[in-house]
Design a protein around this ligand. Structure first.
Ligand code: PRP
Ligand code: URA
Length: 209
């Protein structure tokens, strides 16, 4: 079974409180989501492989560490995952970016896939899936399935807020995928919204409501 990592660093918790606030508008929401994603990237990359190198300083040879030449791709789940891409790329600027379009049918809460464009060598890359909200888990499960069908095997899922139900469902379907979250909330309401959550992430990010 892969692990659940709750990244409860004070900076993340502080910024997350402002993101949750219904009075926070799209501009600030976008900026904060990007900042929090960058902070989360620090923890998400913690177990990346490193190798020893020698560097000539002005006075001596230093034995140092460099990140091994791991190929990485970040894959936002459209739409709201887009808000996390910039922050992750600040720390992993050489990562390629794939896109998966999945929306949740508001009646059935079932995920509907509508777009997919991925780097051609997806099977050789470590993948970091991005979506701020893990509610029922349907969108993440479908997104992960999508990537596996195309040959991906090393996958991490990064979400800002998760419901316990979503975590459980993803772990049951994809026990090999490590999940990183900023907070685990209480539950889902009858419309599948995370309680207390932050509302509709896509709408708040893009100002569509
Ligand atoms: C939101 C969110 C996740 C999904 C989570 O997207 O960004 O993708 O819901 O819910 P789930 O875990 O129950 O699947 P939404 O379907 O609202 O699409 P959008 O990003 O285009 O607004
Ligand atoms: N999608 C969102 O954007 N918010 C929720 O609370 C649940 C699903």
């Amino acid at each position: 079974m892969a692990s659940l990592h709750v990244i409860d660093h004070p900076l993340i918790q502080h910024k997350l409180s402002i993101i949750r606030d219904q009075n926070t508008g799209p501009k600030e929401f976008r900026e904060l989501l990007e900042e929090v994603s960058m902070l989360m990237a620090y923890e998400v990359t913690r177990n990346f492989a490193v190798e020893e190198i020698e560097v000539e300083t002005p006075v001596a040879t230093a034995r140092c560490w460099t990140i091994s030449k791991t190929k990485i791709a970040v894959v936002p789940i459209l739409r709201a995952g887009l808000g996390m891409v910039g922050g992750i790329l600040k720390l992993i600027p050489t990562a390629k970016v794939g896109h998966i379009g999945v929306y949740r049918d508001p009646e059935s809460l079932q995920p509907i896939e509508y777009y997919c464009k991925l780097p051609s060598d997806i099977n050789e890359r470590e993948l970091i899936i991005l979506d701020p909200m893990l509610a029922t888990g349907g969108s993440a499960i479908a997104g992960i399935q999508f990537l596996k069908q195309r040959g991906a095997s090393q996958i991490r899922l990064v979400c800002l807020i998760a419901a316990p139900e979503g975590i459980q469902n993803v772990q049951a379907k994809h026990p090999d995928v490590d999940i990183y979250v900023g907070a685990v909330d209480e539950c889902l309401n009858s419309h599948g919204y995370i309680i207390p959550g932050l509302g509709d992430a896509g709408d708040r990010l893009f100002g569509t409501k």
